[in-house]
Design a protein around this ligand. Sequence first.
Ligand code: GLU
Length: 543
Amino acid sequence: MGSDNVKTRFAPSPTGFLHVGGARTALFNWLFARRHGGKFVLRIEDTDQVRSTAQSAAGILQDMLWLGLNWDEGPVVGGGKNQYFQSMRLEIYQPYLEQLIREDRAYEAFETPQQLAAMRAESEKRKTPFRYRRNMPGRAKKGEGPVVIRLEMPWEEIRFQDNILGEIRVAGVEHDDIVIRKSDGFPTYHFAVVIDDHDMGITHVLRAQEHLMNTPKHLALYAALNWRPPLYAHLPLVFNMDNSKMSKRDKTKAVRAALQLYARQRQDPAFAQLAGRCGLPAGGIADFVARKTEDSTLAGKLAEALDVELPEIDVQDFRHSGYLSDALVNFIALIGWSPGQNREFLTRREMIDLFSLENIGKTSGRFDRKKLHWMNGEYIRRSSLQELAAAVESFNQVTDYPIKQADGPTLRVLLAMYQERMATLAEMARNSTFFFCTPRYDQAAVKKYVQTGDGRTILERILELLQPITPWNKELLSPVLERILAMGEKRGAAAQVLRVAVSGGAVSPPLLETLALLGRDTTLSRIQQALEMFAPVEKTTDS
Ligand code: GLU
């Protein structure tokens, strides 16, 4: 392969967030270009004026940068011009459209959407798939409806060699004269993608298998324009572990399941109480449960109120959940691609060196969340504190946990404490909240350790032992903690009382580090507060 002229592209439509499947497509194109010392282009396909938004495009660029998938040509990079947004390239498409009409390879069509729907219904009745062809009877006449331009597709079979799937053939009867210019004057995806891939010198198109049946259409356009097409490779799809499609609906599904459970537990099928709590109309929740709406903002509010964790689908979901971009990239690279020798942990450099289309599978891949979670934990453990601090800084840009308040030295201490005990940065952010705010006391733990038996007496004793310590540092704290550990009948039981009083729960990082970081004033005042707040519980005979 003439390596130095390889040019790939990632061409997302900015109609939402960057889906993790899309990120995998971007990654494979990036890896292939880097492997061959070629170029990687980012192009925004915003020809759908209704569904495309500038906000979505900006989000996609941000996600790409977060993933570390830098582009050699594209928005911002390509010389400051807006050349890489299709909506800014209309005059580039126009001459080719005129050429195809002049050469009688493309023609005007006038059907209204209703007429097309009726034609489709008619075909369905006859149990034949609907194909719009130039020579078919009953085509609408000029002036009847909006004008679109269609390409006259060939009548023969189209064959091509897919670099992953092998030979693909589509019979002549299957072809449909595709619309290449819409009635709003914009090119369709099919037209713009071909002109752009040619114009930008793309040599290899790696895209999801859902586009496989678009390729014959694109090849027909290349033939009509007398251009040499790029090589195609269609990537296996990414599915959930249960073989369902990974879609943003997985999030609303999770919220619905939680709502059903909530309604059952509280005998409140109307969700009146919950709606009141979130400031939502009760009917809104009922509509959501009845699938009348898929409103993601509503779903987000409900998820928060019900304390459900939503499955991550888009790249930004993973970023919010505290995945490291290196771990996510490593994980998605392995969906459908095998580097050989059972290798799992690969740096970007290693991925680039090993990447080849031959090692991409034909069948769909599975997204194993448990494995990603584990892998992320491994990445965290293999990272330096400096790398982790940088990751937390990036995490803090998109989230709002109290850990944001930590200054550099505090963050380092926290990272050293949590590095071994977290799988995601969000776990650390949630679990370390008590360092920054009054703890949310776990009532069961409070009852078990502080309010029962001689818990309070132990706590009073601990307070007496800690009070004289100055300066408050690990050297002086350490022998006192040793004494606390030895207190009572069971070693460590007293430490649990202390842990609950200062952190709110029975699980926290080691006490020595925890107390040192909390500082003298906070530690002592939390113990005092716990003694005031938590009165002993009356002993009952039936428990
Ligand atoms: N804009 C298309 C999409 O987002 C790209 C398809 C292609 O790669 O050709 O699905």
